[in-house]
Design a protein around this ligand. Structure first.
Ligand code: 13P
Length: 287
């Protein structure tokens, strides 16, 4: 059964580790991530962007697929199904469809409007036992059409949003979706520290987990990050393994063109990436 992400993230924050949010795109992604979480005895959050939700034909399909897999694969570790960077309307769609967690990304609104909409969605999500993430400041780069300038969050604004009863908070600290550019200045630990001082026990979320060096991840966890989002890195692993299979001509040997064979190396590559991340985040054995 899907669970809210609140309990797993409160435990992670208290235990000084982080739970990975891995974004899903299709059946292979979902299966690979769930199997790895079970093997690693780790809690996990499946992230669904609006674009990926649309690609998978809609949120109800996603809920049906994930619930079916939890049962058919015998998954016993805590799993949350979470809307990633949700708009106001799509938060309601996911509440209706049976997700167990949502993110309302109101970071592009003036702070008063972000506060008003977040407050309303906190009540709607909690009425259904779901967890809710909010965002202040913006994550740089682009994810599925959501573009951010990457400005660092104002710690006082973070406190105002945290006080609305949200369950975890995404704050821009110089992180970027996608690959980090050569001239990236790194994460702003001063900002993160100031946010944690004001928001106390609130689990903090680090978006743009792809390509952040391990020491920075560990430092971020020591300063209150309890959820780390990874998307691009699984896409890169999947693409590289698929390319290798095709370039080696394996799709032309025997029944190598069978989609279950063709997509298998990519799925294995996702599993490897997810396992590596769970080890770095410290969530292995924490289910
Ligand atoms: P990356 O694609 O950079 O890993 O970021 C993922 C993310 O933050 C999803 O919200």
């Amino acid at each position: 059964m899907l669970v809210s992400a609140k309990e797993m993230l409160d435990k992670a924050k208290a235990g000084h580790y982080a739970v990975g949010q891995f974004n899903i795109n299709n059946l292979e992604w979902t299966k690979a991530i769930l199997q790895t979480a079970q093997e690693c005895n780790s809690p996990v959050i499946l992230g669904v962007s609006e674009g990926a939700g649309k690609y998978m034909t809609g949120y109800k399909t996603v809920v049906g697929m994930v619930n079916g897999m939890l049962e058919e694969l015998g998954i016993t570790v805590p799993v949350a199904l979470h809307l990633d960077h949700g708009s106001y309307d799509h938060c309601y769609k996911c509440i209706e469809a049976g997700f167990s967690s949502i993110m309302f990304d109101g970071s592009h609104y003036p702070i008063e409007e972000n506060i008003a909409k977040t407050k309303e969605l906190v009540a709607a999500a909690h009425a259904k036992g779901m967890s809710i993430e909010a965002e202040v400041g913006s994550i740089g780069g682009e994810e599925d059409g959501v573009v951010g300038m990457g400005e660092c969050a104002d710690p006082n604004e973070c406190k105002s949003i945290a006080d609305l009863g949200i369950d975890f908070l995404a704050a821009g600290i110089g992180n970027i979706h996608g690959k980090y550019p050569e001239n990236w200045k790194g994460l702003s630990f001063e900002t993160l520290d100031a946010i944690q001082q004001l928001t106390g026990d609130m689990p903090l979320v680090l978006h743009g987990g792809t390509g952040i060096p391990t020491e920075m991840i560990q430092k971020a966890i020591s300063l209150g990050v309890a959820k780390i989002n990874v998307n691009t890195e699984c896409q890169l692993s999947f693409a590289a393994a698929t390319r290798e299979y095709i370039e080696a001509g394996k799709d032309q040997q025997g029944k190598g063109f069978d989609p279950r064979k063709l997509l298998a190396p990519g799925a294995e590559a996702i599993k490897k990436t997810v396992k590596e991340k769970m080890e770095i985040f410290g969530s292995v054995g924490k289910a």
